[in-house]
Design a protein around this ligand. Structure first.
Ligand SMILES: O=C[C@H](O)[C@H](O)[C@H](O)COP(=O)(O)O
Length: 242
C-alpha cells in the first residue's frame, strides 16, 4: 500500500473504532478514503454482530454498502442519522471543508446535515490552515446544466478567479453528477481572506446553483492519517491536535 493510502486507511479505521456503535444509522460518504471505512465497518459487523443501517451519499457509496453486505437505508425511512462519515479534499483550521473533488457533494451535504455528528477522514495532505492552501483545483459547485454559463459569469463578476466546467476523462463532454447536473470548479484567490460562510450562502442563492462543495461548520471532528499509520484528530473547539 502506498503512503497516501496508508494515511487514508489509518484515519478510516480510527473513526470507525471510535464512533461506530451498534444500532446506529450511519451516513456513508463518497471517494477513496471512505472505502477503507466501509471495509472496516463490514469487518466489525461480522466480528462483533453490530446492527447498522447505512445511508449512501452517492451511487458509489450505495455500491460499496451492497458489495460489503451491509444494510442499505435511505432518507425516506431514516431522515435522522446518528453519524455521517466522509472524506474531504481540504479541511481548514475550523474544520470547514472543500468537497466534491470526486464529483459528489449535494447528496453528501444533505446526508451530513441529517446526522447528529459529521466526522471527516483524510490523509494528512488535506489538512490546511485555510482553504486553498493545499487544494488548488478550486471549489466544486453543482449546477443545473442549462444554467452553467450564467452561473460561471456571475461567479467571475462577483468574486473574480476562474470558474470552469468540469470535463469528463473517459467520456466526451462534461462530468454529469449522480443527480444529472454539471459541475463547475471555481479557482479562487487563495491569498485573500474569505468569509466562507457568507460565500457559501451567496453562491447557493445564485439561481441554477444546486449546492457547493463548501461544508461550513458541519464537521464536529476531523481525523488525519499519516503514511506511518498514526492519526491526529481535531475538533473546531480545540483547534489543536490530540
Ligand atoms: O466528490 C467526492 C467527495 O466529496 C469526496 O469525499 C472527496 O473528494 C474526498 O475524496 P477522497 O477520499 O478520494 O480524497
Amino acid at each position: 500500500m502506498d503512503a497516501v493510502n496508508a494515511g487514508k486507511k489509518a484515519a478510516a479505521i480510527r473513526v470507525v473504532d471510535e464512533l461506530v456503535k451498534t444500532d446506529q444509522v450511519l451516513g456513508i460518504g463518497s471517494g477513496s478514503t471512505i472505502v477503507f471505512a466501509v471495509e472496516h465497518i463490514a469487518e466489525r459487523v461480522k466480528s462483533e454482530g453490530l446492527k447498522l443501517t447505512c445511508v449512501p451519499t452517492s451511487f458509489q457509496a450505495r455500491q460499496l454498502i451492497l458489495e460489503h453486505g451491509l444494510t442499505l437505508g435511505d432518507l425516506e425511512n431514516f431522515p435522522k442519522l446518528d453519524l455521517a462519515i466522509d472524506g474531504a479534499d481540504e479541511v481548514d483550521s475550523e474544520l470547514n471543508c472543500i468537497k466534491g473533488g470526486g464529483g459528489c457533494l449535494a447528496q453528501e451535504k444533505v446526508v451530513a446535515s441529517c446526522a447528529k455528528k459529521f466526522a471527516v477522514i483524510a490523509d494528512d495532505r488535506k489538512d490546511s490552515s485555510h482553504l486553498g492552501q493545499n487544494w488548488h483545483k478550486g471549489i466544486p459547485i453543482e449546477v443545473l446544466p442549462f444554467a452553467y454559463v450564467p452561473v460561471m459569469q456571475k461567479i467571475k463578476t462577483t468574486y473574480g478567479g476562474v470558474p470552469a466546467l468540469r470535463m469528463a476523462q473517459s467520456k466526451a463532454g462534461p462530468v454529469v453528477t449522480d443527480n444529472g447536473n454539471f459541475l463547475l470548479d471555481w479557482k479562487f484567490d487563495a491569498e485573500k481572506k474569505w468569509d466562507w460562510n457568507l460565500i457559501n450562502t451567496e453562491l447557493n442563492l445564485i439561481p441554477g446553483v444546486v449546492d457547493t462543495g463548501l461544508f461550513i461548520h458541519m464537521a464536529f471532528k476531523a481525523y488525519f492519517g499519516t503514511s506511518q499509520g498514526s492519526v491526529s484528530t481535531r475538533t473546531p473547539a480545540s483547534n489543536g491536535f490530540h
